[in-house]
Design a protein around this ligand. Structure first.
Ligand SMILES: Nc1ncnc2c1ncn2[C@@H]1O[C@H](COP(=O)(O)OP(=O)(O)OP(=O)(O)O)[C@@H](O)[C@H]1O
Ligand SMILES: [Mg+2]
Length: 375
């Protein structure tokens, strides 16, 4: 365990990379935010049901298709195959055709050439970036009832509460909804039925951080197949196992998460650049450029993060010591005292769990500190 801990620690140091400001802020916010309704709602249970049957081995088969609009091909002769249990992220610059590709894969848009086949038993949920499936004049309750007429208004309200529609919210019309509310309602609508394939087009765009976290949690546990378009690096890293990348008018497959891919790209770029073209090292703003107040605030945040990391390290050390002692007792002669042995074994499991959780916390906190220092 300790070795594991050290190894992870070292790996973390080596892969140090400049983190985007957004991600840093996001993480700090994640840390500081008091428990709110969304989290509570998440705890109540926001699980994405597959309905048991995960579908056949092949979910989508689209060999040599051309994707685009009549007279406007966007991707020519690309092959997309998605298998059961895949967790695919699709990335590319704005306007390159990610949404168009998703629409083609889900069957909302015919390919210009070739055919797209979806496996038997596929029950697909599609989250449209434009949220076109919502009607401006309907209330949240009516939206839900438009697909599940059998649910009573009361049942609908308690379902909507899981998506943080409380009090009067279920009675308001879509017209008055914010982007975040629209996204949450579209997700709520999509997840009324079990789905074994989720196709999500920038689902986190309008979501605030707690909502995003709840969605991430639900997707972590989701057992079906996932195809996700996102610009959210954190989200992609957590959710996707492989990528399809729009590059030079075509689609490239990459086995690995988003950070792996970025690193891979940077290495390639660095190898290609001639010596004097190599990227200039980023220079931190000098202290005089920061206002006094900003500087103070920065120091406070840094101290807070450092303290957090330190206290977690101390706790991990404490747990490891106790575990060591316990294991020594466990392997010593117990003289037939089974009750005592049981108690020791229980305590060992408990401590082991605790250790795992604290290590996760430590990993998060130190990544946060690192990102902060590299800002
Ligand atoms: N209905 C349409 N008819 C013709 N062209 C369209 C249509 N919808 C989108 N396009 C064009 O197709 C191209 C790809 O658009 P698409 O929305 O698929 O990109 P995207 O990668 O999803 O972009 P974003 O990152 O902004 O979501 C763009 O040039 C866009 O203007
Ligand atoms: Mg799009």
């Amino acid at each position: 365990k300790t070795e594991d801990f050290i190894r992870r620690n070292l790996a973390g140091q080596k892969t140090k990379q400049a983190q985007s400001r957004r991600r840093m802020l996001e993480k700090l916010e994640r840390l500081e935010r008091p428990e709110d309704n969304w989290q509570l709602a998440g705890k109540i249970s926001l699980r994405f049901q597959t309905g048991g049957d995960l579908g056949g081995k092949e979910i989508v088969r689209a060999p040599h298709i051309t994707v685009g609009y009549p007279g406007k091909p966007i991707l020519k002769d690309v092959t997309v195959n998605v298998f059961r249990g895949d967790r695919v992220g699709i990335v590319g610059p704005n306007g390159c055709g990610k949404s168009t590709l998703l629409k083609t894969l889900v069957g909302q848009l015919p390919p210009l050439e070739g055919t797209v086949e979806r496996g038997v038993g596929v029950r697909l949920g599609y989250f449209d970036q434009k949220l076109d499936s919502l009607s401006e004049d309907r209330t949240a309750i009516e939206e839900i009832q438009s697909v599940r007429g059998d649910l009573s208004p009361e049942a609908v309200r308690s379902y909507l509460a899981k998506f943080r529609f409380f009090g009067d919210d279920p009675f308001r019309t879509v017209r008055g909804f914010s982007g975040g509310e629209r996204s949450r309602l579209a997700l709520a609508k999509m997840l009324l039925f079990p789905r074994n394939v989720l196709v999500l087009d920038e689902p986190t765009n309008h979501l605030d951080i707690p909502a995003r976290e709840t969605l991430e949690h639900a997707l972590d546990d989701y057992e079906g197949t996932l195809i996700v378009v996102s610009h959210d690096r954190f989200f992609l890293d957590r959710i996707c196992k492989r990528l399809l990348v729009f590059e030079n008018d075509t689609l490239k497959a990459y086995l690995g998460n988003y950070s792996d891919w970025r690193r891979h790209r940077q290495e390639q770029d660095a190898a290609q650049a001639t010596p004097d073209e190599k990227p200039v090292e980023r220079i931190a703003p000098s202290s005089s450029e920061l206002s006094r107040a900003a500087k103070k605030e920065r120091e406070r945040t840094q101290r807070r993060l450092e303290r957090l990391v330190e206290s977690l390290e101390a706790e991990i050390a404490r747990i490891e010591t106790e575990l060591g002692e316990l294991r020594a007792q466990l392997s010593a002669d117990h003289k037939g005292d089974w009750q005592k042995l049981h108690a020791l074994a229980d305590r060992e499991r408990e401590l082991d769990d605790q250790l795992g959780r604290r290590m996760e916390d430590w990993e998060k906190a130190s990544a946060e500190l690192q990102a902060f220092l590299e800002r």
